[in-house]
Design a protein around this ligand. Structure first.
Ligand code: PLP
Length: 446
């Protein structure tokens, strides 16, 4: 798009809003074309991202808590200053530019190719690649990959029209988009062979695979296609075929590696997270250890609970085969030790595992996950909204280098005050979801 701009337009400069690759793409193009670029990014953008943009010579403006706020600021400045707005995905020239990735793949290709897996945010990259590849090599499948909690394209294709997501998972922040583009959707509907959805754990497992194979670190959105390719090949039992996965980014915040390493083995099904109820009596721990048997315990948490006759242990075990795990759970069951598999419960993995020993019966407790903007004052604003009106009975937050902080909050609100509470929560403006029905919460915390 920028290569087509006149010298006069270039001299007036460009502006864009983005928290992903687009910011760096525009900054690099501006540097090459000798034009001034302003990139507006949300204040929550990880430092590694805005520093890379600055290094390319663009002026970074941090504005707004979300992408939408950054975008409206960029559009305002574009009108005031006469700059050209460069949209992140929904423009034919931007899509064409992204299509050059497809051209490079086809040019470098030796022999047949089964499929190309492409990460999908607003759909620019996949639309461009599909437009090129389907024209020159229509037999090659073009398959999109989205995080299962940021699945705007998959849902839109399913419903035959663009769907706006209410909540978007921020883990793969490069592709965290609420609604796909109009033009990108039109092209994807016509050209794309399907979309694979992958979990956060599977993305982490792919980041680990890439590190082990190549000593390279991918950011979550960058590892998305690898996770999708793997899930697809496994599902269809594909062997001896060539597939390409586009690993699109490496802006990995160092802090986030902590979460990635914690989840990678779960994602590869090499670790399982379990809870077992043990009678609070001498010898039961030993019996439990015998039943775990040869399996390697990688995490173990237990705290005496004076209110209960039964104790709960939360633990993780290394897993080599599914049958090994199944037989262990069977051994527990046949010894009357009730065991729960929490491996797929994000709430347990993100928050509850850190609370072990804190089970209590709190009257009127509500449990919510809030997404706090990652900036000073966010906690105070939250507390101002609810305290001292209601008692906060639980609070857990651990920085994971995400754009928005994922905070678990317990709060005591009597039924008759629910409407007032909901009003306050809406006015606060932080995204939030109820976790009242989470099974692990009942098991571990109540
Ligand atoms: C790391 C990364 N991967 C993939 C994409 C592709 O996104 P889109 O579908 O919006 O073209 C982006 C967009 O910024 C990105 O930052």
């Amino acid at each position: 798009m920028m290569a087509k701009m006149s010298r006069e337009q270039l001299d007036r400069g460009v502006i864009c809003s983005s928290a992903g690759n687009h910011a760096q793409g525009v900054a690099l193009a501006a540097q090459k074309l000798g034009c001034d670029a302003v990139i507006v990014m949300p204040v929550t953008t990880p430092e590694i991202k805005w520093r890379s943009v600055e290094r390319l010579g663009a002026t970074v403006v941090l504005k707004g808590d979300s992408y939408d706020e950054a975008q409206s600021c960029a559009k305002q400045r574009c009108e005031l200053e006469g700059r050209t707005f460069i949209p992140p995905f929904d423009h034919p020239d931007v899509i064409t530019g992204q299509g050059t990735v497809g051209m490079e793949i086809i040019r470098q290709l030796k022999g047949p190719l089964h499929a190309i897996f492409v990460p999908v945010g607003g759909g620019g990259l996949i639309a461009g690649i599909a437009a090129y590849v389907k024209r020159v090599r229509p037999e090659i499948k073009v398959i999109g990959v989205e995080p299962s909690d940021a699945n705007a394209m998959a849902l839109s294709l399913y419903h035959g029209q663009r769907v706006m997501l209410e909540h978007v998972g921020g883990f793969a922040d490069g592709v965290a988009v609420k609604v796909v583009g109009e033009e990108t959707f039109r092209l994807c509907r016509e050209l794309v062979d399907g979309v694979v959805l992958v979990s956060r754990d599977a993305i982490c497992a792919s980041i680990k695979d890439m590190f082990e194979e190549k000593r390279s670190i991918l950011e979550p959105a960058g590892a998305l296609s690898l996770a999708g390719a793997e899930a697809y090949c496994k599902y269809y039992g594909l062997k001896g075929e060539t597939v390409v996965a586009i690993t699109s980014g490496a802006n990995m915040n160092f802090d986030r590696l902590r979460l990635v390493t914690e989840l990678a083995d779960v994602g590869r099904k090499r670790e399982a997270v379990l809870a077992t109820i043990l009678p609070e009596e001498c010898g039961s721990f030993k019996k439990f250890a015998q039943l775990v048997g040869p399996m390697n315990i990688t995490e173990f948490k237990y705290r005496y609970d004076s209110r209960k006759e039964a104790a709960l242990v939360l633990y993780s075990v290394g897993v080599y085969t599914d049958s090994e795990l199944r037989s262990m759970v069977e051994r527990m069951k046949s010894s009357q030790l009730q065991t729960f598999n929490l491996t797929n419960d994000d709430l347990a993995k993100d928050h509850l595992r850190y609370f072990m020993g804190g089970r209590s019966n709190v009257p009127d407790e509500l449990l919510y996950r809030f997404i706090f903007p990652e900036r000073p004052g966010a906690l105070m604003k939250f507390l101002d909204a609810f305290s001292p009106r209601w008692n906060i009975s639980l609070f857990h937050y651990r920085a994971q280098g995400e754009t928005g902080a994922n905070v678990l909050v317990g709060i005591q609100v009597p039924k008759e005050e629910m409407d007032e509470f909901k009003n306050q929560a809406e006015n606060l403006g932080y995204e939030y979801t109820s976790e009242m029905n989470n099974e692990a919460y009942r098991l571990l915390m109540q």
